[in-house]
Design a protein around this ligand. Structure first.
Ligand code: ADP
Ligand code: ASP
Ligand code: MG
Length: 403
């Protein structure tokens, strides 16, 4: 069968580990499978390159950032291909462009618009192992783009979908999806399976073990997705349709997102259409808004608070400034010392009291909740960042997730 195997930063973190990855691919090939590998940059490499760019500018041109960052993945792809050839396999590496990954032109967080799998298909048919540089594509105008941090997961899932691969394995430094980040709660339990929807919520709410867009894509294309460790042979976690899941616990997991910032606008002129104007402008600037709270209006003014990913705060500030300059917002303050903790579970659809239990847990720990948002399968709370780990551990205990 055709298997797409993706190896994350830690899995290709040094030369010995790249050899280890080559050995694993070799084993899969020798078992009679075809393999398309997708690789990340060596761990720390992307951050290092970001740092280089920021040495020269706080707001480097995004197209240049993409040109720079995409190089990290190309280094690993070619090294892995060299290692595989040395082992007697017929391997070749491809950039995102060569792999036919076409994106829009929103640099540093481009969306995949189309994949033309013919180049990879042709090579696989000739018995070759293709090693694709993850995290990148090419825009219609021929410029290199990147898919947002953690985007190699998306490269792998999208390729698995386009190639009609039977399986997409995401190899990382933990042996599956846990009830929460095992680095925060050592009692976290590994899940054998989880639904696309729950995984999508966990990933969107901060569990970086899978990039959220990759899960969205896996659901859309119905890709068989497994997360597992590149350092052991332990069975991983299957991410699949809800109807395939045997156990449906009330709460499946807790996510933590530290990369959140809050924007509090007061003295916002209360006229019909103001919220639409502000949030349309933010959307045009490609700022992702999460929670929004508007308080009731007093003397023709209102207050609106909302949260954005920390790395989009600069862009959000630019947008808000225009409304201040137009006298439509009086004051604004920014808070980067917040985080968001969330509880996720499809079981919540049919049970009440899950949210109340979470709020009570925060009360018992004397943690003040700043903002709340809920959906059918999640409850999120914005709290002071210094309580992040305490909140995760208390919630993990109260819902008995270690059992
Ligand atoms: P890679 O470099 O392989 O893409 P990442 O660092 O992006 O790996 O993701 C793996 C990390 O995700 C783990 O080391 C773990 O700390 C973190 N993580 C967060 N939430 C979870 C969770 N629920 N289950 C497993 N790992 C999680
Ligand atoms: N190297 C990129 C990052 O660090 C992409 C990835 O690892 O998935 O975000
Ligand atoms: Mg990752």
């Amino acid at each position: 069968m055709l298997i797409v195997q993706k190896f994350g930063g830690t899995s290709v973190g040094d030369l010995e580990r790249i050899q280890n990855v080559a050995n694993r691919i070799s084993k899969t090939l020798n078992e009679g499978n075809d393999v398309v590998a997708v690789v990340s940059a060596m761990s720390g490499e992307t951050n290092k390159l970001v740092g280089y760019a920021e040495h020269f500018s706080k707001t480097p041109m995004r197209a240049e950032v993409d040109m720079l960052l995409s190089s990290g993945e190309r280094v690993t792809a070619s090294l892995l291909s060299i290692a595989l050839n040395e082992m007697g396999h017929n391997a070749l590496s491809m950039s995102g462009r060569a792999a036919g990954i076409i994106t829009d032109d929103v640099h540093t967080k481009a969306r995949i618009e189309n994949i033309d799998p013919q180049y990879i298909h042709a090579e696989v048919k000739r018995g070759r192992v293709v090693v694709v540089a993850g995290f990148q594509g090419v825009s219609e105008s021929g410029k290199i783009t990147t898919l947002g941090r953690g985007g190699s997961d998306l490269s792998a899932v999208a390729l698995a979908g386009a190639l009609g691969a039977e399986l997409c394995e995401i190899y990382t430094d933990v042996d599956g999806i846990y009830t929460t980040d095992p680095r925060i709660e050592p009692h976290a339990k590994k899940l054998n399976e989880i639904s696309y929807d729950e995984m999508l919520e966990l990933a969107s709410l901060g569990a970086k073990v899978l990039q959220n867009r990759s899960v969205e894509m896996a659901k859309k294309l119905n890709v068989n997705l497994v997360t597992r460790s590149s350092f052991s042979d332990a069975e991983g976690t299957l991410i699949t349709k809800e109807e395939n899941i045997m156990e449906k616990p009330l709460v499946s997991g807790i996510a933590l997102d530290r990369n959140q910032a809050r924007i509090s606008m007061s003295g916002v002129i209360d006229r019909p259409g103001i919220a639409s104007d502000i949030f349309s402008a933010l959307s045009e600037a490609e700022v992702n808004i999460d929670m929004i709270i508007q308080t009731s209006s007093k003397e023709g003014n209102t207050s609106i608070d909302f949260t954005v990913p920390s790395n989009e705060l600069i862009d959000a500030k630019d947008v808000v400034k225009k409304f201040i300059d137009n006298d439509e917002i009086k004051e604004v303050s920014y808070d980067e010392g917040i985080c968001k903790v969330s509880i996720v579970g499809v079981g919540m659809k049919s049970h009440t009291g899950v949210a109340a239990k979470a709020f009570k847990t925060m009360a018992v720990e004397s943690i003040n909740i700043n903002m709340i948002s809920t959906s059918e399968i999640k409850v999120s709370m914005v709290i002071d960042e210094k309580y992040a780990e305490l909140a995760v551990r208390s919630l993990h205990a109260i819902y008995e997730l270690e059992k």
